[in-house]
Each structure stands twice: as C-alpha cells, then as structure tokens.
Design a protein around this ligand. Structure first.
Ligand code: ATP
Ligand code: MG
Ligand code: MG
Ligand code: MG
Length: 563
C-alpha cells in the first residue's frame, strides 16, 4: 500500500475525554473516529487491525468445528417474549418500532434467534452436536459507554451457540471452546487469564471468562499464584428482574438531600429508609473521596458523591454529582444469585472507610474493586467477598487480586433457551428431547483496544505483528528529489509485495521526523529508511518498532530481515 493511495489521519493530541492509553492512541493514530456516544467508525487503519482479529477468531473457530452463519442484527420482539427476556433484559436493549408499529430490538445477543433456527432445522439426534457462530455487530445501550471501542454501544462480537443431545456432549464442546479461546488469545500475543465467572444475564450453569490482564481493566480478578484457581471478583453483569422495580428518581431526591451527615446518620439512612427505597447501595472510595451509587431497579444510576471530612460524610451537591469530580464509579447491578451483603452491614462498615452493600439478589459489577471499593464481608467463599490475602477456596494459598478486561465469555446454557422455545430433537427411541446448549462470546472489537493496552509506548501503538495494520514501512528520504532513493524504494516495495508482506510505502515526500512519528504512532513493526547517503554504500536503515535505535543493513538483506 502506498500512503498516497491510502488514508492516514493522525492527531498530535487526543481529545481530553479519552482516559485510557488505548482510547487516546486509537484516536491519535486514526484507527477510530467517534460518531456519537459509544458509536465509532473504524477508519481504514483500524479496520485492518479489526479484520486481523476477526481472521484469527474465524480460523480457530473453523478449526474446532464451528460453522459460520450470519443472523440479522434486528430481531422481532415476539421471540424475546417467548423466552421472557423482552421484559427483563433491561434498558441495555435498544427497542425499535417499524412502520406497522411492530416491535423489534437491535440484537444485544442472539440466543433467541439461534435457538429458533435450531428448533426449526434440527430434527434428529444424528444431527447433533452443532456449533454455529457468527461475527457480527451488536448493540447494547450501555449505562456508561466509555474507553472508546472498549465499552461501546455498537461493537463487533463473535458469538457461537452449540446444541447437544446430552450434557456430556455439551461439556465436551465447552472444553473445546475453552481450548480454542486459549489458542486465539495466545496467537494474538495477548497476556490473558481464564477465570471462573457468574452467568449473569445470559444464564445457565458453568461459565468462564477470558481476561486480558491490564491495570486499566474494569474487572477485578482473584487468583491463587500456587494453583489454577482464578475467578472474577465482581461476577457477571446482569439485568434487573421485573420484581426489582424501585421508585422514580424524584422520590430518591426526597430521601437524600445535600448537607452534612454524620456516620450515624448515614447508618440510619441505610438501615431504615434506604433498605426499602433503594435496591442497591454501594460506597466507593477513590483517593480520599466517597462515591455512593444508588441503583434503581430500572438501572438508572444515581450517583451521590460524598467526601470524608473528619469522620463526617457530606452528601454531594447536585453540581458535584454532575461534574462527577474525576471519580470513576463502577456499575452495580442485580444478579440471579442471592447475596450475602445487606445494606445495614454496609452502614457498620462505613466507619472502616471501605464497604459495599447490596440488597438481596444484587451484586457489584464494573466497580474498580480494590481501588474503588472493598466488600465488607469476607468470611464466606463468595467471590464478591474476596479481598487480597484471603485463603483460596482450593486451600493452595492466599489470593491475589489483579485487573482484567473481559474479552471472552463461555457459558453452559443447558436448557434455559431450548426449553422456553421448545427446541427439541428426536432421540434414538423417537422421543422428543430438549437440546442442551452452550454459548461462547468474544469481544472482537474490544480485543483491539485491550491489545493496545498491553502494547504501547510513549511513541504510540506497538501491536504484535499478527495484529499490526502493516508489517513493514518503507520510509524514503527525499523520494521526489532523488532518483536513486525512488528506485530503491520502489524496488523494495515491489519485492516485499511479491513476497506477500504487508508493506506501506510512505511516498508522501514528508520530512523524516513526520514520517517516523506517524509510522511509530500507527504501530508498524518494521521500518526501513532509504536515504541517498546509505544507498551510496548499498545500505539502508532498519529499526524494529520496539528498538531504541536503527541499524545499518545492506539493502539486499532487507526483504529477508522483515519476513
Ligand atoms: P461486560 O462485563 O464487559 O459488560 P458482558 O459480560 O456484558 O461484558 P457478554 O455478554 O459476556 O458481555 O458478551 C461477550 C463479549 O462481548 C464480552 O466478553 C466482551 O468481550 C464483549 N462485549 C460486551 N459488551 C461490550 C461492549 N459494550 N463493548 C465492547 N465489547 C463488549
Ligand atoms: Mg461481564
Ligand atoms: Mg455488559
Ligand atoms: Mg460476559
């Protein structure tokens, strides 16, 4: 590719709203451009990277028996009403109406659609097992879209769904998918960890998440350094059950008014009114400050910022809440598990400066565990109560905590969807049986951001070559002026292209500083600089993206070196 025939649009500075290195760099390098909250265009450079991730995912899925199809992004409400999820999925689901007033959603996930396919198409046990997958755009109206494509509203997911005539068969495919995910993330050159997880909104029994390890990760992971034990502390996000309806925000305003409050008053507040009025309460600390997050059943977050003033809590003023004072509150949501932490215990723990509190059936998700919040109760083996130093449930030592970015999630769904939608097959005796199901997701677009979190420096993006947009850049100095430089650059470009190398020829006739800055920012792993002076001795300069300095090499060695 010649730069003159491609589109590179780099920025010196990232917009100030971009907090994470990956978000800043993806904007600066011109990988992505924001259209609106949580909506991004994949620019030509970024798209090349996205396609590489897709290709690895597709290849490994195909290798392990996945069968690719493509389902519609828009799904009819009736199907979701059949499983009951239309009403309980919550405001993450974007609901739309067509011209005939028929209701649809923009698919946040595809269990309903694929199970509908299975119930129509699969007749006999002889056709099973099956593992269908797609790589497709999802929409989730995230409560807090942020970090660019890391937590977007529209994003690319690989989602696979398997169907089985027995639980053993499901377990086998689940294991195969676990191994496939391990291969995918290894091939992409990511540092990652598989952890036990809750099944959240998708439901089912067993579940593992795959996390790219990064300090900026939204998830907290507990692991035992002496064993295989690893789990997500916060467990999966879920949606509000219909029973969790709480009062409207006006009523909340009445209960909590700005002003000085003592610990006792806060305790009383939690203990009495809050338990009934608010479904979820958490107290988070960020540096010296508190954030109270009050979650209503319909997932509208009300944040109340409090700061600690000599043992007193002051509830934040409306302005302070609005400006959010630089804190990064997490997200709290209900789960389909009972919770051991009650609001009144949170009140007691307030005096310890750290606590978390949920009403029954609620949990933390997305909070910056350890930094922003610690849970009060640590005497049970419930993951939500884990703190660093606790004994690992397998008895192999003390737990450590680290942070991760969820890039994959596999579930044993069992018969949750097949039963609701009556997806049955005929067994050996001609008897109708409900299919066992598994589902397996990968955040394809999130992986690009997560990989950059692990691969950048002060000069820009430094992705491993398997993900980089181009493998080699040729940077000719004075391409317009010097015929020798032009000829050498063109010849090298032709040779590398013929050898199947993805090569970018910077033919813009820019100053070396401009060329180098751009090529380093966008993250090309190998750079060959061609200049008149070196050419006189048949030499060019080679520098790897992570090298400190360039080395002089014979021009004829260049192709071999970068292959
Ligand atoms: P999260 O906990 O980050 O909200 P999730 O558990 O809701 O993710 P799943 O339903 O497990 O997500 O979806 C499968 C994968 O899709 C996730 O592992 C993640 O990599 C990706 N994903 C989910 N939500 C988003 C999003 N808003 N933006 C980008 N990728 C996402
Ligand atoms: Mg999750
Ligand atoms: Mg989510
Ligand atoms: Mg998940």
């Amino acid at each position: 590719m010649r730069v003159s025939q491609f589109f590179i649009s780099t920025l010196k500075e990232a917009p100030s709203e971009a907090e994470l290195p990956s978000h800043r760099l993806m904007l600066r390098a011109g990988y992505i451009r924001k259209l609106s909250s949580g909506l991004y265009t994949w620019m030509p450079l970024g798209l090349r990277v996205l396609r590489k991730v897709e290709a690895v995912v597709r290849e490994e899925m195909n290798k392990s028996g996945g069968i690719e199809l493509l389902m519609p992004a828009v799904q009819p409400a009736e199907l979701w009403q059949e499983t009951g999820r239309w009403d309980v999925f919550g405001p993450q689901m974007l609901k739309i109406k067509d011209r005939h007033d028929n209701l649809f959603c923009f698919g946040p996930t595809h269990e309903e659609v694929i199970t509908d396919i299975a119930r129509r198409e699969v007749k006999s046990y002889r056709q099973l097992p099956l593992n269908f997958y797609q790589i497709q755009t999802k929409f989730r109206d995230e409560v807090r879209p942020r970090f660019g494509v890391m937590r977007a509203r529209e994003f690319v997911m690989k989602d696979a769904y398997s169907f089985h005539s027995s639980f053993e068969s499901l377990e086998q495919t689940y294991r195969v998918m676990y191994e496939t995910y391990t291969r995918i993330f290894t091939r992409l050159g990511l540092q990652f960890r598989a952890v036990a997880a809750d099944t959240g909104a998708i439901g089912g029994s067993g579940s593992h998440e795959f996390h790219v390890l990064a300090d900026s990760g939204e998830d907290a992971l507990a692991f035992c350094p002496n064993s295989d034990y690893a789990a997500n502390v916060e467990l999966a996000e879920a949606v509000a059950p219909a029973t969790a309806r709480a009062p409207a925000s006006q009523e909340l305003q009445k209960v909590i008014t700005p002003g000085q409050k003592t610990i006792e008053e806060v305790a009383a507040f939690f203990d009495t009114s809050a338990r009934n009025v608010l479904k979820t309460i958490a107290v988070m600390t960020h540096e010296n400050e508190f954030v109270l997050l009050l979650l209503r059943g319909d997932h509208q977050l009300n944040e109340i910022k409090a700061s600690k003033v000599l043992g007193e809590f002051r509830f934040a003023t409306e302005e302070e809440i609005k400006s959010n004072m630089g804190c990064r509150p997490g997200y709290i949501g209900p789960v389909n598990r009972s919770n051991t932490i009650l609001a009144d215990r949170a009140a007691a723990a307030l005096s310890n400066f750290v606590c978390g509190a949920n009403d029954d059936g609620y949990h933390f998700s997305g909070a910056n565990f350890g930094r922003d919040v610690k849970l009060y109760d640590s005497n049970v083996h419930d993951l939500r109560n884990v703190v660093a130093g606790d004994a690992s449930p397998d008895g192999k030592g003390a737990l450590e905590l680290c942070r991760g970015i969820e890039v994959g999630h596999i579930f044993q769904l069992r018969t949750k969807y097949s039963e609701a939608l009556q997806a049955t097959y005929l067994d050996e005796n001609g008897k109708a049986q409900v299919m066992e199901m598994g589902c397996y997701g990968i955040g394809v677009s999130r992986i690009v951001a997560a990989a950059i979190e692990q691969n950048f420096d002060e000069r820009g993006i430094a992705l491993p070559s398997g993900m980089a947009p181009f493998q080699v850049a040729i940077a000719p100095i004075g391409i317009k002026k010097s015929e020798a430089v032009r000829n050498a650059a063109e010849q090298l470009y032709a040779e590398l292209t013929a050898a199947g190398v993805e090569v970018l020829l910077d033919d813009r006739d820019e100053r070396p500083g401009v060329m180098f800055a751009d090529l380093e920012l966008i993250g090309v792993p190998h750079r060959i600089v061609i200049g008149d002076r070196g050419l006189k001795e048949g030499k060019v300069e080679y520098q790897g993206r992570k090298d400190e300095t360039a080395q002089s090499i014979p021009l004829q060695d260049a192709v071999k070196l970068v292959q």
